[in-house]
Design a protein around this ligand. Structure first.
Ligand SMILES: Cc1ncc(COP(=O)(O)O)c(C=O)c1O
Length: 358
C-alpha cells in the first residue's frame, strides 16, 4: 500500500508530478534545461504576483536549510546587526546560521510554541541598533503561524530589512511581498508547492543581490547563482529532476486556483482532522486561529505513546510526525499538504478512530 505522508514534507505526489520527474533526461547545459529554469523562475514569481523587475527567484540545489543558509550567508553585509525571532526549532536554526557565519546578532527568544512578543520587538527596533530581522513565518515545530504582516509593518516603521524563512508556508499562506522591508524569502520545492526534495529557492529583491558583500560560501552564494541563471546558465549541477517535478507542480497549483485556493483547501483538511481528533478527546496544542493551514500539533492521547500511535496509523497507510526535542514525549503533528484525496481523508478518519478510539 502507498502511504499517505502527513509529515510536513516531503509530501505525497500527484500522478502528474510523479510522471514529470522521469519524463525526460536533461543535460543542464542545453537550451531545454534553460527553458525549464526560466519557466520555473517566472512561475515562482507569479504565485504572489511579484514584479520581475524588482524580484527574482534564485534556485539552488539543497533542502530548506540550504535555502535559509544561502539567504543568511549571501544577503547580510559584514556590518549588519541582526535580530532573530525565535519561538521554535527553525528560529533557533536562523541564530545558529548567524553564529556560524560570524554575523553579529541577538535573539528575541520565546519558548517553543509561544507567541513572538511584538511589544518587545517594537522596543528593540526602536533602539535603532538593528539593521535586519530574520524570522520564521510558519514555525513548523508547533504549527504556529507567526504574524509576519505585523512583523513586516514594524520593520518598515523602523527602516529595518526583513529576511523570512517561509519554507513551510510559501504557496499556501499570505506573504507580505509588498512591504519594502522584505528583502528575501527562503522556500523549497517539497512542501506547499507539492514538488520533490532537492531544490531550494530564495525569492530576493534584485537590490538585495546587488549589495557588495564578500562571499561567505561558494556553492550557496545567491548572487553567483542569480547571475548565472540570468545568462541562461548555472554555476554548478542543478537539481534537474526536482525542477522537472516542480514545473509540473506549479502548473497544477495555478490550475487549482493558486495559493489562496490551496490555503482554503488545507484549512478544510486541517479542520476535518481536528474535528475527528476532538471527538476522540485529543486536544490541539495551539488554537486553530494561531495555527497555520499547513500543520497542527496535538497533545498525545492519554495512555498512547507516540510510537504506538505512529505505528498503528502506519499500518493503515498514514505517516504522521513526532514532536521535536522535548516535545517528542508530549505532542504529535499532522500536516495535510500534498496530494490527499477525499477517499484518503475518509480512510484517515477511520484509522484515527481505530487506533485512538480502540
Ligand atoms: C520553517 C522551516 N524552515 C526550515 C526547514 C528546514 O528544511 P529541511 O529539513 O528541508 O532542511 C523546515 C523543515 O521542515 C521548516 O519547516
Amino acid at each position: 500500500m502507498r502511504a499517505i505522508l502527513l509529515n510536513p514534507g516531503p509530501v505525497s505526489l500527484s500522478d502528474g508530478v510523479r510522471r514529470a520527474i522521469t519524463r525526460v533526461d536533461l543535460c543542464h547545459r542545453e537550451p531545454e534545461f534553460f527553458n525549464l529554469q526560466d519557466q520555473i523562475i517566472r512561475d515562482l514569481l507569479d504565485i504572489y504576483q511579484c514584479d520581475p523587475a524588482e524580484w527574482t527567484a534564485v534556485l539552488v540545489g539543497g533542502s530548506g536549510t540550504s535555502a535559509m543558509e544561502a539567504m543568511m550567508a549571501s544577503l547580510l553585509p559584514s556590518d549588519a546587526n541582526l535580530l532573530v525571532l525565535e519561538n521554535g526549532v527553525y528560529g533557533e536554526r536562523l541564530s545558529k546560521l548567524a553564529k556560524i557565519y560570524g554575523i553579529s546578532y541577538q535573539a528575541l527568544h520565546a519558548p517553543w510554541g509561544d507567541e513572538i512578543d511584538l511589544d518587545a520587538l517594537a522596543e528593540l527596533l526602536a533602539s535603532g541598533e538593528y539593521s535586519h530581522v530574520a524570522a520564521v513565518h510558519h514555525e513548523t515545530t508547533t504549527g504556529r503561524l507567526n504574524p509576519v504582516d505585523k512583523i513586516a509593518a514594524l520593520c518598515d516603521e523602523h527602516n529595518v530589512q526583513l529576511l523570512l524563512d517561509a519554507v513551510s508556508s510559501f504557496g499556501a499562506e499570505a506573504i507580505p511581498f509588498g512591504n519594502p522591508c522584505l528583502q528575501a524569502m527562503a522556500a523549497t520545492a517539497n512542501k506547499c508547492l507539492h514538488g520533490i526534495p532537492g531544490l531550494a529557492m530564495v525569492l530576493c529583491r534584485r537590490d538585495a543581490l546587488e549589495q557588495d558583500i564578500e562571499p561567505r560560501s561558494l556553492s550557496l552564494h545567491l548572487p553567483s547563482w542569480a547571475a548565472a541563471q540570468a545568462k541562461s546558465s548555472t554555476p554548478y549541477t542543478p537539481a534537474v529532476n526536482s525542477m522537472l517535478g516542480l514545473a509540473q507542480a506549479l502548473k497544477e497549483l495555478r490550475k487549482q486556483g493558486g495559493w489562496k485556493a490551496r490555503r482554503t483547501h488545507y484549512r478544510k483538511l486541517a479542520a476535518d482532522v481536528a474535528e475527528t481528533l476532538d471527538q476522540l478527546g485529543v486536544q490541539q496544542w495551539l488554537p486553530a486561529s494561531q495555527s497555520s493551514c499547513v500543520l497542527r500539533s496535538y497533545h498525545l492521547p492519554d495512555g498512547l505513546t507516540y510510537n504506538a500511535l505512529h505505528d498503528g496509523l502506519k499500518q493503515h497507510g498514514f505517516i504522521i510526525y513526532a514532536g521535536q526535542g522535548d516535545f517528542a514525549e508530549k505532542l504529535f503533528r499532522i500536516s495535510t499538504m500534498g496530494e490527499i484525496s477525499d477517499y484518503d481523508m475518509a480512510r484517515l478518519e477511520q484509522a484515527l478512530q481505530t487506533v485512538i478510539g480502540g
